[in-house]
Design a protein around this ligand. Structure first.
Ligand code: NAP
Length: 289
């Protein structure tokens, strides 16, 4: 009998998640039997019991794979038996599977970001040690910084609480990465772009996403770096104020929908061994619900 892939997503809230559409399309594209369910687990003092219960279903083979999203990406780490190098460095797991009887945490956000970035930048990719500026220092920023640093970018991380950017830099210390922290404010960014050749600007804050859909994370009065490709992790709305400003400045740009698709495709491949055709996943998120 064909294997039935019972997959799902743990997080809270989950009503607007595009993951079921992506993974159901992936099952169809790979010709596999299965389902992808939502497991909403509100963050409460006893949510660990619910998380352990779902992980035990994975351990017993009743589930074939789980995604994890906000607010549990960090919380699941101590409940797992092993972590991939990316999950360990980033300090968060977004994908869990059973490998050789052990619960393994992976993080596909980093690889998903990098593969989409390269696809989007295309001929804009430059060959010498490139320099990137990442806005924000939360969970997504960690994945982005890890991916860029491993790809030999020099990375500047700007956060409104500079100490958060410094924590991110120390978390990546010990590796041969070139990462530095600064404050996310007009004088610090103006100074940086006056002296460095920034060829990539990434927004890894929620600024630009509802309820901040009218706001840009880039401070007023400072021009965008003139050579930068602008990548906004936010994809709802499709064109954020930052991307509108990039467009006005004639800068190539992309939103985060491609990253969402690529991280899902990689998670699906880890669970099933099949990398779904990208076009099928693109179609799934373009179709109206
Ligand atoms: P997070 O862990 O909460 O981190 C958010 C970061 O943005 C923090 O550094 C936070 O600083 C900063 N920030 C929040 N509001 C800000 C503001 N008004 N001005 C300046 N900085 C602000 O969130 P996350 O998980 O990293 O997610 C960040 C964004 O990326 C979200 O919009 C998320 O939807 C998106 N994302 C997209 C993908 C994708 O596949 N495209 C994947 C992951 C995440 P404080 O700590 O000081 O608030």
């Amino acid at each position: 009998m064909a294997q039935m892939y019972r997959l799902g997503l743990i997080g809270y809230p989950l009503e607007h998640s595009l993951s079921p559409r992506l993974h159901q399309a992936a099952l169809r594209a790979c010709g596999l039997e299965g389902e992808y369910r939502l497991y909403p687990v509100p963050p409460s003092p006893d949510c660990k019991t619910a998380l352990v219960g779902l992980l035990e279903q994975l351990r017993r083979g009743e589930l074939a794979g789980l995604n994890v999203t906000i607010p549990h990406k960090q919380r699941v780490l101590p409940l797992l038996d092993e972590l991939s190098q990316a999950a360990q460095a980033i300090g968060a797991a977004n994908t869990i599977l059973l490998r050789d009887g052990r619960l393994r945490g992976e993080n596909t956000d980093a690889a998903g970001f990098l593969s989409d970035l390269k696809r989007q930048m295309g001929r804009n990719t430059i060959s010498e040690t490139p320099e990137a500026l990442v806005l924000g220092a939360g969970g997504a920023a960690r994945a982005v910084v890890f991916a860029l640093a491993r790809d030999n970018w020099r990375v500047w991380v700007a956060a409104r609480r500079r100490e958060q950017a410094e924590e991110l830099v120390s978390a990546m210390r010990g590796r041969e990465y070139e990462i530095a922290a600064l404050s996310l404010n007009a004088p610090a960014l103006a100074e940086l772009i006056a002296h460095r050749r920034i060829t990539l600007l990434v927004n890894a804050t929620p600024v630009g996403m509802t309820p901040l859909a009218d706001v840009s994370p880039w401070p007023e009065g400072v021009g965008l770096p003139q050579l930068a490709f602008v990548y906004d992790l936010v994809y709802n709305p499709a064109e954020t104020p930052l991307l509108q400003a990039a467009k006005r400045a004639g800068l190539a740009n992309a939103n985060g929908l491609g990253m969402l698709i690529d991280q899902a495709a990689r998670a699906f491949e880890l669970w099933t061994g099949c990398l779904p055709a990208r076009q099928a996943l693109e179609q799934a998120v373009q179709d109206k619900p």
